[in-house]
Design a protein around this ligand. Structure first.
Ligand code: DQA
Length: 149
């Protein structure tokens, strides 16, 4: 069966392309969704690409992923730095998680240097723009191939 990956995006990421382009680039959210879809096809993965501005909704999606998905790629946006609840939901999913940020959070304000997610993630990619999402998908794809071998 084709592994299904949930690609989750937190608050304000729907504004990509117009929001702080110096920080996040000019690529729109729909460009990002399309490029992840194309990578997933090349890698033999199914993806569900989602964004929400509501924390409870994100948590419900993570809970549901436990029985439906093989892994999670998540850019939690600002919730990265604030939400123990999202971290706990990710742990409860028992799925491999890769944390992605478009910008290099470590080059930015000190409050962005802490992540509640990083220590429970398989890996963290930041500062590489949308390529980070594609790298995260490639890593999960390789992990599943190795597990199946
Ligand atoms: C972000 C970094 C966060 O600090 C910020 O709140 C975001 C986007 C990124 O992708 O670089 O919303 O997660």
């Amino acid at each position: 069966m084709t592994p299904r990956i949930l690609v989750l995006n937190g608050p304000n990421l729907n504004l990509l392309g117009t929001r702080e382009p110096d920080q996040y680039g000019r690529e729109t959210f729909s460009d990002l969704a399309d490029s992840c879809g194309a990578s997933a096809r090349d890698l033999g993965l199914d993806i569900e690409f989602r964004q929400t501005n509501h924390g409870g909704e994100l948590i419900e999606w993570i809970h549901a992923a436990r029985s439906r998905c093989a892994g999670i790629v998540i850019n939690p946006g600002a919730w990265t730095h604030t939400s123990v609840a999202i971290r706990d939901a990710l742990v409860a999913s028992e799925l491999p998680v890769i944390e992605v940020h478009l910008s290099n959070v470590h080059k930015r304000e000190p409050f962005r240097h802490n992540s509640f997610v990083s220590s429970i993630a398989v890996g963290v990619i930041c500062g590489l723009g949308s390529a980070g999402y594609r790298m995260a998908l490639a890593h999960l794809g390789h992990m599943f191939v190795e597990q199946a071998a």
